[in-house]
Write a protein that binds this ligand. Structure first.
Ligand code: SF4
Length: 290
């Protein structure tokens, strides 16, 4: 019989924990009033559903929010354009942008104001990246978003360009190292900073998974990792990808029902981890049902 091990650290990061705590407080303080969240407050259906039951409404465009409403900006941050629009609509804003994300916003503003171009390593469709690139647009700067080493070669800027590189907080650390090396080779005047790495919470969760797989290998056991979280969570998907890259078997599941359909018989050692937006209740529920 397989006895799974919960891999630590896992689950809610400080940014998500803060956003959820603040959201619950606003809902409690404003009974009966709708509180809007621009995009999902966190990338997890369970959390979003619970908040929705308490009165939170997630919308995809700021124009969907009635003027004067209460609105929460998520841990991913927003662009200056969204802030301006929110001011025009006289929205009552509570901003839960994570400090790690705010640091990236400050970095790119500093880069543009010192006449540097900006490379954002990340997914151009992700809310965090949209918020960051929005800062560059606001200040009239130039930016490029890259995701692969091939993307680096396709940037049309002069080799001597002065460039600041920033990184989406939830990427895989090893991928980022390779991409930063490719950028430096193509643009020798590119510079990195504290905002050029994944955030501490992401790094620690990824390292814990790598260490777990390594330990399984040392023990000579076929090892797998069950990653709990939503498929639209960037850091959750990366925990599964890292597991496979390190030679483990990965499963991604968002509910106990999904977990119960999985056949784990192919592995001898099983770890359970969770993305940064997965609530502890799901981890406990899954663990206690093994
Ligand atoms: S993953 Fe990192 S950057 Fe994103 S909200 Fe959590 S702590 Fe902040």
């Amino acid at each position: 019989m397989l006895n799974p091990i919960v891999i630590n650290p896992h689950g809610f990061c400080s940014g998500v924990m803060n956003a959820v705590r603040v959201a619950k407080k606003i809902l409690d303080d404003n009974p009966g009033e709708k509180v809007y969240s621009l995009h999902q407050l966190v990338h997890n259906e369970m959390v979003v559903d619970e908040l929705a039951q308490r009165g939170m409404v997630s919308v995809e465009s700021i124009d969907e929010i009635p003027d004067g409403s209460l609105v929460l900006f998520s841990a991913h941050g927003v662009s200056p354009e969204i802030r301006k629009r929110a001011a025009e609509k006289k929205l009552k804003i509570t901003d839960t942008t994570c400090p790690f994300v705010s640091r990236i916003h400050r970095e790119v503003c500093d880069a543009v104001l010192t006449n540097k171009k900006v490379i954002v390593v990340g997914d151009s469709s992700h809310a965090e990246v949209k918020g960051v690139t929005g800062e560059v647009v606001e200040l009239g700067g130039e930016f490029s978003v890259i995701n692969t080493c091939e993307d680096v070669d396709s940037i049309g800027w002069d080799k001597a360009s002065e460039i600041r590189v920033v990184v989406q907080t939830t990427l895989a650390e090893e991928e980022v190292v390779n991409l930063l090396a490719a950028i430096k080779k193509r643009f020798p005047n590119s510079e990195t900073s504290a905002a050029s790495s994944v955030c501490t919470a992401t790094r620690d969760r990824q390292k814990a998974v790598r260490d777990f797989i390594s330990l399984g290998k040392q023990e000579g056991k076929k090892t797998g990792v069950l990653v709990l979280g939503s498929p639209n969570s960037a850091n959750t998907k990366r925990l599964a990808k890292i597991t496979e890259e390190k030679g483990g078997v990965a499963w991604l599941a968002g509910t106990l029902e999904e977990v119960q359909k999985i056949d784990f018989s192919q592995v001898e050692k099983l770890g359970i981890t969770a993305g940064a937006s997965t609530p502890e209740t799901l981890i406990n529920e899954v663990f206690s049902n093994f």
